[in-house]
Ligand binder design. Structure first.
Ligand code: IPE
Ligand code: IPE
Ligand code: MG
Length: 259
């Protein structure tokens, strides 16, 4: 059971809510720069911002949360920074695994674990195994994840399974992605001010609602979660179609696409 945090504002009522929220947790470096700190301090503060956000989204009844923590392109950063981020990933698991487990969170890993340091691979594996039977909320940790690599590996699986060309459908690919079996992200949040996808869930986010905020990730708190979800509730999703009343106007009836 997720306990309401003491410092968070009262939970606003939402007229519709996303089942799956995905977050590009960006802006750690700039947050640190703005305070005269090193980038490592930004990553540390960023890691601390994660748990309250999980908690708040769970309180809102969000079923799946996918957190972009380290991209396949982030290996291109200076070696020391990469090591810091990988180390903080392990420390996050050390520090919060039990608490998240107690609160019914099921942790999963998205991305290729092979390139991660052995110690981190082991921690990730243990976290996934420990929480495998929890059903309050699924939290995907996208760590060494790339959207294109995800699609490539799905296609490789299709070929390895000997699936004939005419059976290579969108469903067949979707079923072999790292997110197989999960609803697609309804809401994709990016903090840090950039308006791009940076190779996150490129296939899965075809019809996601995007929410960009200039707030840096370490400052993204429960109130910021509420703002994003309140904005989501105002959106009218059409999926290329017209709404039930025949209109395409934002002011018209809810499409019911979230249920
Ligand atoms: C996001 O913050 C964390 C990772 C990409 C691992 P950044 O490190 O990208 O911070 P900025 O974008 O440089 O501010
Ligand atoms: C995206 O942020 C990756 C993560 C937040 C883990 P980046 O900071 O790496 O993205 P770019 O370089 O600004 O596109
Ligand atoms: Mg960045």
């Amino acid at each position: 059971m997720v306990v309401t945090s003491q410092t968070a504002p009262p939970l606003p009522e939402l007229t519709s809510r996303p089942r799956h929220v995905a977050i590009i947790m960006d802006g750690n470096g700039r947050w640190a720069n703005g305070r005269g700190l090193g980038r490592s301090e930004g990553h540390r503060a960023g890691a601390e911002a994660i748990r309250p956000v999980i908690e708040r989204l769970a309180e809102h009844g969000v079923e799946v949360l996918t957190l972009f923590g380290f991209s396949t392109e982030n290996w291109g950063r200076p070696r020391a920074e990469v090591q810091t981020i990988l180390r903080l990933g392990g420390e996050f698991i050390d520090r919060y695994l039990e608490e998240l487990h107690q609160r019914g969170v099921q942790l999963r890993h998205l991305g290729d674990p092979e390139r991660l340091p052995g110690v981190l691979q082991k921690k990730v594996r243990q976290a996934v195994e420990r929480t495998a039977h929890n059903d309050r909320m699924i939290v995907n940790l996208a760590f060494n994840y790339g959207g294109r690599a995800d699609i490539v590996s799905a296609v490789q699986r299709l070929i390895a399974e000997g699936v004939p060309a005419e059976r290579v459908t969108e469903e067949a690919i979707t079923a072999r992605l790292a997110t197989a079996g999960l609803p697609e992200p309804d809401l994709l949040i990016r903090t840090g001010g950039e308006r791009r996808v940076s190779n996150f869930l490129v296939w899965q986010s075809s019809y996601s609602e995007y929410y960009f905020t200039d707030r840096q990730w370490p400052d993204f708190d429960a109130a910021a979660v509420d703002d994003a979800l309140l904005e989501y509730a105002q959106r009218r999703r059409r999926f290329g179609r017209v709404l039930d009343d025949g209109s395409r106007d934002p002011g018209s009836d809810e499409s019911g696409a979230n249920d």
